[in-house]
Design a protein around this ligand. Structure first.
Ligand SMILES: [Zn+2]
Length: 286
């Protein structure tokens, strides 16, 4: 199992770094994209063909976690048109009208209500001459709305979705494969659901947006919060992400804060970082 960090920034992409997006690969059957913020489609295409995805899981419908789904859908449609082109004598633009719209799309899991948001997004940019390009969410994806607590499989992976505490409904994703187990928080403050999300995972990818614990209604974690969650749940290693800055001094302090309460390895996520995730015996808990 392997985690590839595509983007780590919170609301505002900056310094050439995309917002939230992570590729999880579990062997040949189970390639998942977790979140798809601004810049993620471009970053994803640099490491794997977009059509190789087996599923996309969106933690919540904030722009920094889902705004690039429309470009990703169009890239998937283009990949289908390229296959048509390779098999026919059609002109490139004709291939866009000849692709098989009935073939299954990539499963795209969004919170309940997410489908309507995506349809509104797509409707903002009509392409009257090639109507198929307006139907990314009908053709390129198989959009599936999920409730908190939902569970499903992607290839060899068992995926479960655990509610957090955020100003938009958010679920963290736990991905268990024969090769290892990884969980991703999405955006959340401290919440009961984090226990089921993080319990005994080999790698916890946790947001660490804030300097201090958030007791307000918005819902984010500090690095200390993330470290405590990792320690209390017997996590193997911790990756901190979702930063409002790329300042090395700030990121160093984030890592130190988590390492002060969690004795396992602590990594700072950065675009391009690849980490193997191997199944291991859980650490002893405090
Ligand atoms: Zn958010």
């Amino acid at each position: 199992m392997q985690l590839t960090v595509l983007g780590t920034r919170s609301g505002m992409p900056a310094e050439g770094q995309p917002s939230s997006g992570y590729l999880v690969e579990a062997g040949t059957a189970g390639r998942l994209l977790l979140d798809c913020g601004p810049g993620i489609t471009t970053a994803l295409s640099a490491v794997t063909p977009v059509e190789s995805l087996d599923a996309v899981v969106i933690s919540h419908m904030h722009a920094d976690h889902c705004y690039d789904l429309l470009p990703l859908g169009k890239a998937l449609l283009h990949a289908r048109a390229a296959r048509v082109l390779a098999e026919t004598t059609l002109e490139p633009m004709q291939a866009l009208t000849a692709l098989d719209a009935s073939a299954p799309g990539v499963p795209l899991y969004v919170p309940v209500g997410g489908r309507a948001v995506l349809d509104r997004l797509a409707a903002l940019f009509p392409v009257a001459t090639f109507p198929l390009l307006d139907r990314a969410f009908d053709i390129a994806f198989d959009v599936r709305e999920y409730e908190p607590g939902a569970a499903f499989t992607v290839g060899d992976c068992a995926v479960s979705l655990h509610p957090g505490r955020h100003t938009a409904p958010n679920c963290g994703a736990r991905i268990a494969s024969p090769l290892g187990t990884l969980s991703y928080t999405g955006d959340t403050g401290l919440a009961e659901g984090l226990r089921g999300l993080a319990d005994g995972v080999d790698l916890l990818l946790a947001e660490a947006t804030l300097d201090a614990t958030d007791h307000g209604p918005h819902g984010h974690l500090s690095a200390t919060d993330a470290g405590r969650i990792a320690a209390e749940n017997g996590v193997g290693e911790l990756v901190l992400t979702h930063f409002a800055t790329g300042d090395p001094a700030v990121l160093h302090r984030r890592r130190a804060a988590a390492a002060a309460v969690f004795t396992g390895p602590v990594h700072i996520a950065r675009p391009g970082l690849r980490l193997p995730v191997a199944a291991r015996a859980p650490l002893s808990r405090p």
